[in-house]
Design a protein around this ligand. Sequence first.
Ligand code: GAP
Length: 434
Amino acid sequence: MPADFDTIVNLAKKRGFVFQSSEIYGGLRSAYDYGPLGTALLRNVKDQWWRSMVQMRDDIVGIDSAVLQSPEVWVASGHVASFSDPLVECRNCHNRHRLDKLDDPDVCPSCGKRDEFTEPKLFNLMFKTHMGPVETDDNAVYLRPETAQGIFINFENVRRTARMTLPFGIAQIGKSFRNEITPGQFVFRTREFEQMEMEFFCRPDDADEWFTYWLEERKNWYLGLGMTPDNLRLRPHGKDELSHYSANTSDVEYRFPWGWDELEGIANRTDFDLKAHADRSGKDLTYFDQPNNDRFFPYVIEPAAGATRTTFAFLIDAYDEETVNDETRVVMRLDPRLAPVQVAVLPLSKKAELIEVSASLANELRKTFAVEHDITQAIGRRYRRQDEIGTPYCVTVDFDSLDDHQVTVRDRDSMTQDRISIDQVEAYLRERLR
Ligand code: GAP
């Protein structure tokens, strides 16, 4: 059964996936902290992205650029001039809204008054701060609104030092910041979030082919990690939707509880960024293609995904409810590579002789898997908790284990149980959690 929005948000809070930022001070709107399980899930999503985009390929390398960059970067990229949303203010309640997101452009959704909006004003979404002790216009800097520009400004550094030849990509995962006017839907749209972006540089005449390639590649990444095919689609942008830098964009969209919405944008950014940075910095960012003996600005295909948003989508997609023995069982059917806990080791009771065996087994398994040694509560409740957090395998140590040196391994999805010799457990799990 698919999850509704409130159910997932409540589960995320109850089990410690996500907390409201600054909760003890009443909460900071639109910022979230990831708890132990959420941190592990988010990290697993990022690791899987890195594995598929960098580790498994010899044509893509990774970087980690600074959040704070020269303000010139954002002038060249066009963010200072055009990274803005049209904003209207209600004269009655003084709330501000994005004009393009209003259901009725004449009615204030906060107070319901009609025809009270001011003329729209453009509002830049970049967070501005100051570098150093004096706050003047000369030392204003921005928190990066995307990780992509850190890649473009390092194009030549990376090409030269990593000895890359076209076609090649540079990948980066990191925090981005946008002063969104209408944050919302939990961690879907926040003012601080994480992105997973890759800029793939190629010959201009090969750009269309690589664009098609990356659409398929990226869609298959989500499917390969178990996302329900009916909940995923590619949606090409109309001409009026394209960003200022893009010749062609398609979004990977997920069917969220409120409808289809963006997980990732895949864009043909042409040579817009390299040219813009070359113009503004005065540095030569062209590429000399030895085999063809020509020099040009490479084109760029950019798959740009949100790590936090994708993590949320995997949570929603994994949620399932079924009836077992007249009771509702909630189970997160997360791919084992994403599951925050892969193996839970559970002694049947808190008796010291059982805990001695279970603790030693947990410590052994920890070397290979993400393990939780859970000794609290009745065994049924512990199974329920592990199902709810998506743990693929529970290993139970009971009194028979003390004599026969075997344990029961329970499969999350089928709930079947196998009796396995303790010294075989690691191999058994390794085969299934590969
Ligand atoms: N470099 C291109 C770029 O940043 P984008 O479509 O604005 O493109 C890419 O952002 C991805 O980053 C989005 O598809 C989304 O997953 C994520 N993202 C963007 N704004 C976000 C926000 N306010 N909160 C959470 N994720 C966001």
